[in-house]
Unconditional design. Sequence first.
Length: 205
Amino acid sequence: MNNWGSTGITSMTLISSIILMSASSSFIFEGSDDLEKNAEVAINDALNEISNYLVIEEAIGKYYLKNNEKIIDRILIYVKQFITGLINISELKIKIINNNDLTILSYSGYSEKISSKPLFSHEIWSKTNNSFSVIVSCDEDCSIINYNFMNYDRCYLAINLPESFAMKKGEKITISIIPSKGIISSIECKTPSLQISNIVNFIEI
């Protein structure tokens, strides 16, 4: 489950409270430079938190046959920014947890636009080894392609799972997108016990 429905709401409630309390303090004690400065700092910090929040809109995996067993070792997570601002993709980390271990993936340094090929056959996978890359769907100013910055853009995070985290039928992992500052976005990815299709959508629509 996307943590926007759990910890995300809690974080936003807390941030809203901070903003309201800070604004109230600034209003009540108008004339006190220190209090007004502290209120401004608190508001800026709170806004900085939500400006670095990535909303997970979609998460998809695909089964591949390896060693006579079907596993999911590639996952696409579609993200957008919660509010306008710059997010440095090169500073993002992706944390993955299963029942046995935890790993942290870094950005591969590669971002490319969506091509005519299906997404799971995109050329970028050949450059993505135990890391994640970016497949851009909306980047009008080319901020992702040229500078590795999201500027209210939309993109897929192409995650190549390490071998020990590849998913079989009936297994689950938790994926968290960790910015250098701001709120963490998380989703639980669980494969069905029975394989109906090679494609698994981890977010129910």
